[in-house]
Design a protein around this ligand. Structure first.
Ligand code: SF4
Ligand code: SF4
Length: 389
């Protein structure tokens, strides 16, 4: 490319306005976010910190750095999108939104990582999601017997209870969760009788929004929240995206609704003693939705709750990150695995399918006896009144 053409391109780039000016202007460059950032912890490099990435976005916005420059693309991809930089930011910079805007420009069309394409096509199609969901036995991954009571209990396929638009709570089945961990929705439905479970629901759009297709991500979230009432989610990433599009009051995490109803099951026993249970937070549930106490309170009722040091730190799953940057994903996971080994828990509860997949694989690989279950699955186990093992 000639120097003339390159300069022209930067000018065009500046005029395109990839970023929301207010979002980008909020950062005061204080650096308070640096210690919370996993990629900065890994590298110690300012460029891999939230402040460094915001400086990069500003340089792109001013037409000083090409958005497709190799270093710029590397930082857009290396960031986990965990949003751990948000709660600690005194200026309340909406970093997650800025990252979505960066990727929306960087990963447009054919520039999107190839490995993400099939996932986005799948999640875009309600027909495919439904078909895939119907092919997977509902309890494939659930190594327990849940209580048979409750509205959703019974047959083994997703319930077809129709939403009647009366503004009641509706359970979100998720797209990948219903395929990978179908027992989670079943357990949530059992624990929260009366939830509507529309069978025609599609994807929430989080996958698209986080992978360079903001328009589709927003459209899917709007479709899912078109009916009045709350969406009850068992996936932190989906919940945070829906809340960002439709409003926080339209979305509730499973743990919040369980506490609202006040129907916590009795203790879960292992070898006659209360189970030792830890939690791996979902980054987006914690940092995007502000939900961290509710799952802990539920777990404290289920057994001996053990706070896992670094529970709020990303496990490295981070949506498609574990697929696109496997090596970095493992580096992020490593410290967590060492802590879990040390604690030797009976269970680690998770509140997001990506974390569940990541930790199940890691725990298996490390041959730990600790079992990784979704919070809803643990509640189902306690409801069934059966001691594990
Ligand atoms: S993102 Fe927030 S915490 Fe980080 S440098 Fe900017 S203002 Fe400071
Ligand atoms: S989203 Fe996570 S990895 Fe990315 S800059 Fe913020 S803290 Fe760092």
């Amino acid at each position: 490319m000639t120097t003339e053409r390159f300069t022209e391109r930067l000018t065009e780039q500046r005029d395109q306005g990839f970023f929301d000016a207010e979002d980008l202007g909020t950062c005061i460059s204080c650096g308070f976010c640096l210690p919370s950032c996993p990629t900065y912890k890994l590298t110690g490099d300012e460029a891999s910190s939230p402040r460094g990435r915001i400086a990069l976005m500003r340089a792109i916005d001013h037409g000083e750095v090409d958005i497709f420059d190799a270093a710029a693309k590397e930082q857009g991809s290396f960031c986990l999108g965990c949003r751990a930089c948000e709660p600690v930011c005194p200026a309340e910079v909406p970093y997650g939104r800025l990252l979505e805007q960066l990727r929306d420009a960087q990963w447009k069309g054919r520039r999107r990582p190839v490995r993400v394409w099939p996932l986005l096509v799948f999640a875009r199609s309600r027909r495919l999601i439904r078909l895939a969901g119907s092919l997977v036995p509902f309890r494939r991954h659930a190594s327990f017997t849940a209580s048979g009571s409750g509205a959703g209990a019974g047959s083994g396929a997703a319930s077809d209870v129709a939403s009647d638009s009366t503004g009641t709570d509706r359970l979100m089945l998720g797209c990948f969760e219903r395929v990978l961990f179908p027992g989670v929705s079943r357990a949530a439905a059992d624990a929260l009788p009366g939830l509507e479970i529309p069978s025609d629901q599609g994807c929430c759009g989080a996958l698209h929004a986080h992978n360079g297709d903001l328009a589709t991500g927003t459209e899917l979230a709007e479709q899912l929240t078109a009916r009045p009432g709350r969406i009850v989610s068992t996936a932190g990433g989906c919940a945070a995206h829906l809340a960002a599009v439709a409003g926080r009051d339209r979305v509730a995490d499973f743990s919040e609704v369980l506490l609202e109803r006040g129907e916590l099951p009795g203790p879960l026993l292992v070898d006659g003693r209360p189970a030792r249970i830890g939690l791996q937070d979902s980054c987006h549930l914690r940092n995007g939705m502000g939900v961290s106490e509710a799952p802990r309170r539920v777990l404290a009722a289920l057994g001996e709750y053990v706070e896992v040091p670094g529970a709020g730190d990303c496990c490295g799953a981070a949506g498609t990150y574990a697929i696109l940057r496997r090596r970095d994903s493992r580096r992020v996971l490593e410290a967590k695995l060492a802590v879990l080994e040390e604690l030797d828990l009976d269970f680690v509860a998770v509140v997001n399918p990506g974390c569940q997949r990541q930790l199940i694989t890691a725990v298996r690989r490390a041959r730990l006896r600790t079992r990784v279950l979704h919070l809803a699955e643990l509640v189902a186990l306690a409801r069934a009144g059966s001691a594990a093992e």
